[in-house]
Design a protein around this ligand. Sequence first.
Ligand code: FAD
Ligand code: FES
Length: 265
Amino acid sequence: MTDTKTTILHQERIVPQIFRLCLSSPGIAQEARPGQFVHLRIREGTDPLLRRPFSIHRVDRERGEVQVLYQVVGQGTRLLSRKPVGERLDALGPLGHGFEVSEEGGGVLLVAGGIGIAPRFFLCEDWLRGRAGTALIGARTRDGILCHDLLRSGGVTVHIATDDGSFGDRGVVTDLLNAQLEAGREASASPIVYACGPVAMLASVAALCRAYEVPCQVSLESRMACGLGACLGCAVKVRSSVPPGYEYQRVCTEGPVFEAEEVIW
Ligand SMILES: Cc1cc2nc3c(=O)[nH]c(=O)nc-3n(C[C@H](O)[C@H](O)[C@H](O)COP(=O)(O)OP(=O)(O)OC[C@H]3O[C@@H](n4cnc5c(N)ncnc54)[C@H](O)[C@@H]3O)c2cc1C
Ligand code: FES
């Protein structure tokens, strides 16, 4: 883990409210694995006091660059979106436990709701190279569908669903997942599912994967304070083999990626 002063190399708005930020940070770029995150101090001082966590979207290890894809939802992300190229930004990372990748199984299914595509992209670039992979991307409207062209150019098959039908199928991403799992069952191919998005979507993904007996890893988000395992502010309830049958684990350290079966939704 590196605590470093990064420099903003590039910042662009890719659709309204969604920005891509490129930071110079050779230490983080070198160590980062798919599913991990960086914890950014948005401003010196107390407002906002806490760092903000963002998944690592892409790294270029040779150039020492780290990219984040983020949505403006409040004060911290609004301030971040106004930062100019050249400004120094304090970053902790890479943090957390990322995706466990397996060489086995009948293909990889990436399931993303909206900005949840951000860490899945790193997973594709870093690990999927040349393998059969399918990404299922869902959002409310076409503006929320991100990275589909980049994924396709990397050889990933992409299926899209929007709530209003403005891009891809009309419906939700779990409709696409259901169809894929059904096709996989008919072909006797059991994929591995990697999912990220809103909690309600992840709970539905987990239920479908359980029904089809398909392994699934989910990347969870919760409000974070320290990001380092000390404050317990980010804890989620997971199953345990000892009474009372559950325990709390920290999204920032044991997560953000968990086996879907472990999580109590
Ligand atoms: C491990 C992890 C990875 C993340 N990766 C990304 C990413 O790649 N791209 C991205 O855009 N966002 C990501 N997030 C969410 C991001 O951290 C928050 O959107 C950001 O901290 C909001 O800061 P803010 O000051 O703009 O908003 P605030 O003013 O703090 O909050 C604005 C609204 O967003 C909600 N919110 C804030 N933080 C979270 C959170 N952590 N989980 C759920 N709801 C939240 C609040 O409840 C509130 O409604 C990630 C969060 C975690 C925990
Ligand atoms: S944010 Fe402090 S323990 Fe996770």
